[in-house]
Design a protein around this ligand. Structure first.
Ligand SMILES: Nc1nc2c(ncn2[C@@H]2O[C@H](COP(=O)(O)OP(=O)(O)OP(=O)(O)O)[C@@H](O)[C@H]2O)c(=O)[nH]1
Ligand SMILES: [Mg+2]
Ligand SMILES: [Zn+2]
Length: 353
């Protein structure tokens, strides 16, 4: 069996992958896209249909060379076994919590990440920066989507504040329930494109998915409230077909993505601050009251916003904490416990107890 490259775009294939094909692939292999990974095998889809294939084990032992949702595999046309994993355009991954800190691959080959927030108290530039760093780290194009435009008199103020976070950042303000409004996202949802969403609870992700797909297939908060059987779990399917021809990837892993391993992304989003920090007199400068601190100098000059420095420090600290080995953390907590006990003991002795 052979395939037509033109049929592949229906499954999110784009030129990134065509460039990786070898002449022999055109007759001796079939591309298939991973839609789910189970312990027993991989569920794939593509021009050759849907099927469950054996797990893909790469020969080079690299822990990133494991198939994850969104990956493209080249299958043997007779046995349908995966022969090769195509190089990814993007990859969301995280370190599992625990001492081993095993690498977990969340999703591959997402083209656009819709970072969803709303025009209300959920709007928080520090959180948006965190998601932007995550997108950068994964090599995915971020688009800020601000929902509930209908619930504010000043949607442009929210849009402006978001747009300031990165030069050239794309921001869309809309009513997630209104198809005409959501149509603004269509350019990213076209054939050959894969999108994913992140954002806090209640910002309208499910509402947006329903409007984008044109089908009421995802439980929204409203539905959940009406459901007297209790919690309404969001549907288990990872891939949703979009009428514009693209795919929307919605996995539990994406939903739970935390800020981990985003140092590179953070450094890009805060490139100006990092550049300044590199010119401080002391390499271990904390940018508070040290002499020769280029960061404080810039704040005084008004070329750097003090808030921006605060965000950078907060996110860097959080990132460092997330990446700290759990064993180190336990050791530190234990040392802290001992210190508390000692201090309490000293106090009791002093008090004559
Ligand atoms: N007025 C208005 N309401 C919205 C909009 N977007 C979402 N909502 C409402 O906000 C509530 C929460 O929306 P959901 O789509 O369930 O939010 P979610 O992001 O999926 O939340 P989780 O599943 O908990 O993560 C629902 O009652 C929606 O109808 C919007 O643009 N305008
Ligand atoms: Mg939801
Ligand atoms: Zn400094």
């Amino acid at each position: 069996m052979t395939f037509q490259i033109s049929d592949l775009a229906d499954f999110g294939w784009n030129s990134t992958f065509t460039s990786q094909l070898e002449t022999s692939d055109l007759t001796s292999a079939i591309p298939a896209r991973v839609v789910a990974v189970h312990r027993s095998g991989i569920r794939v889809t593509g021009p050759a249909g849907d099927r469950l294939i054996p797990p893909f084990i790469s020969k080079d032992g690299n822990d990133e060379m494991v198939a994850t949702v969104g990956d493209w595999l080249m299958l043997d046309p007779q046995t349908f076994w995966a022969q090769r994993l195509l190089r990814r355009k993007s990859l969301f991954k995280r370190r599992a919590p625990g001492t081993g800190r095993k690498l977990q691959l969340i999703a591959a080959n997402i083209d656009t990440l819709f970072i969803v927030s709303s025009c209300n108290q959920d709007f928080n530039t520090a959180r948006l920066e965190r998601y932007l760093a995550m997108a950068r780290d994964a090599d995915v194009t971020p688009v800020i989507v601000l929902t509930k435009a209908d619930q504010t008199d000043t949607p442009e103020e929210f849009a402006d504040a978001a747009a300031k976070l990165l030069p050239g950042l794309l921001v869309e303000v809309l009513d997630a329930r209104d198809p005409d409004s959501v149509a603004r996202l269509a350019v990213w949802c076209a054939r050959g494109q894969t999108v994913a969403l992140v954002g806090s609870s209640g910002v309208g992700k499910s509402t947006l998915i329903n409007t984008l797909t044109g089908v009421d297939q995802i439980a929204t908060q409203g539905v959940r409230e009406d459901d007297d059987k209790g919690r309404h779990t969001t549907s288990g399917r990872a891939f949703h077909r979009l009428p514009a021809g693209g795919w929307l990837l919605d996995t539990p892993g994406m939903r739970e993505l935390q800020l981990t391993e985003v140092r590179a992304g953070l450094e890009e989003v805060f490139a100006d601050v990092v550049a300044l920090a590199n010119t401080c007199r002391f390499s271990n400068c904390q940018h508070t009251t040290e002499p020769g601190c280029a960061v404080q100098a810039a704040i005084e000059l008004g070329t750097l916003d003090a808030e921006r420095l605060r965000h950078w420090q907060k996110l860097s600290a959080e990132e460092a904490y997330n990446n700290e080995n759990l064993a180190d953390r336990r050791a530190r907590d234990k040392a802290f416990g001992k210190m508390v006990k000692r201090v309490m003991g000293d106090k009791r002795r002093r008090d004559g107890g």
